[in-house]
Design a protein around this ligand. Structure first.
Ligand SMILES: [Zn+2]
Length: 320
């Protein structure tokens, strides 16, 4: 099935169709047992009287399978961000679609109105979806990699002061620093909320995400990039203070575009992101930027694939 808004629409209101779609997205070659990994030998457990009901007597559309190898029952939601949620799967699918298709993110308030759920449920659903958007691959970038850092969100109490103060909007403010690395060849971005922007912190982040052997690091002339730059085959430093923005075809302009979009999302869509949750919004933005050439349907499929093994409990969100 070609996935777009018109073909997906019925799955957003028909719970049975939603279950069928999630099964076909997660199990394109037939059911896979989440307990033992056995493929395509499970059989469908047909509900008695044709309908399965919940403990409260409502009709349940949950589709149960039983594994022939380990004899355990399972559903397509086991081990995913959707497991044990009270929210109907059709609403989850709509939320997933909105997250996949949006450019600047989805606000909890907007999702609350669209789905007819509580504010708290909407907020929790969005955090679960962000968990699935976290980029899975930990393989280090190589080739030409660009690093830059910016300051976002932070404590609103400080924000006003930093605005009013000397008008500083960069190094030395009370906002929260975020450092990013961009793979020039693939367009992938990885970002991290950091405690400070000293050479040790930036260096550690860059080394964890890029292989310096034979690679070129492109940064501006901020001195914190000096020590880590020496590990790379080449370090191109662009001196913005001297009015330089591109040298030998290298620039950090793409990360500046990434940051202005991140700030639009955080300030424009979410208004107020607390420091403790900032990394999740940054992960979401990394995902969106890194997959910007994909179709909405492909992006939706990718989130669905990553929805596994990332179950997020309410306690973990609030304690994060
Ligand atoms: Zn099994």
């Amino acid at each position: 099935m070609e996935m777009n808004l018109s073909t997906l629409a019925k799955h957003f209101s028909d719970e049975g169709a939603a279950w069928g779609l999630v099964e076909s997205m997660r199990w394109p070659d037939g059911p896979v047992c989440p307990h033992c990994g056995d493929r395509n030998r499970a059989y469908f457990i047909r509900p008695r009287n044709g309908q399965r009901t919940t403990t409260t007597g409502r009709v349940s559309y949950r589709r149960l399978w039983k594994c022939k190898a380990c004899r355990k029952p399972f559903s397509v939601l086991i081990g995913t961000i959707f497991e044990r949620s009270q929210v109907p799967l059709s609403k989850w699918l709509l939320a997933l679609y909105l997250m996949s298709a949006s450019k600047n993110g989805v606000a909890a308030n907007e999702l609350r109105r669209t789905l007819g759920v509580t504010q708290q449920t909407a907020w929790f659903m969005l955090h679960r979806l962000r968990e699935a958007m976290r980029l899975g691959s930990m393989e280090r970038f190589s080739g030409t990699v660009m690093a830059d850092e910016t300051y976002v969100g932070g404590d609103p109490k400080n924000r006003h002061e930093s605005k009013r103060g000397s008008g500083k909007d960069g190094r030395g403010t009370t906002k929260v620093p975020v450092v990013s690395l961009l793979n020039a060849a693939t367009g992938e971005v990885r970002s991290k909320v950091v405690a400070n922007v000293n050479g040790m912190t930036l260096g550690r982040f860059i080394l964890m995400n890029a292989d310096p052997t034979g690679s070129t690091l492109v940064t501006d002339s901020f001195r914190s990039y000096g020590p880590i730059g020496e590990h790379f085959a080449k370090h191109e430093q662009i001196d913005h203070s001297a009015g330089e923005y591109v040298r030998d075809g290298f620039s950090t302009n793409r990360l500046e575009g990434f940051y202005s979009q991140l700030k639009r999302s955080i300030d424009g869509t979410h208004h107020n992101v607390s420091e403790e949750h900032l990394q999740r919004y940054v992960d979401e933005h990394d995902f969106r930027y890194s997959t910007c050439k994909m179709s909405d349907a492909r992006r939706m499929q990718r989130i669905m694939e990553q929805a596994k093994g990332r179950r997020l409990t309410y306690r973990r969100v609030t304690a994060a």
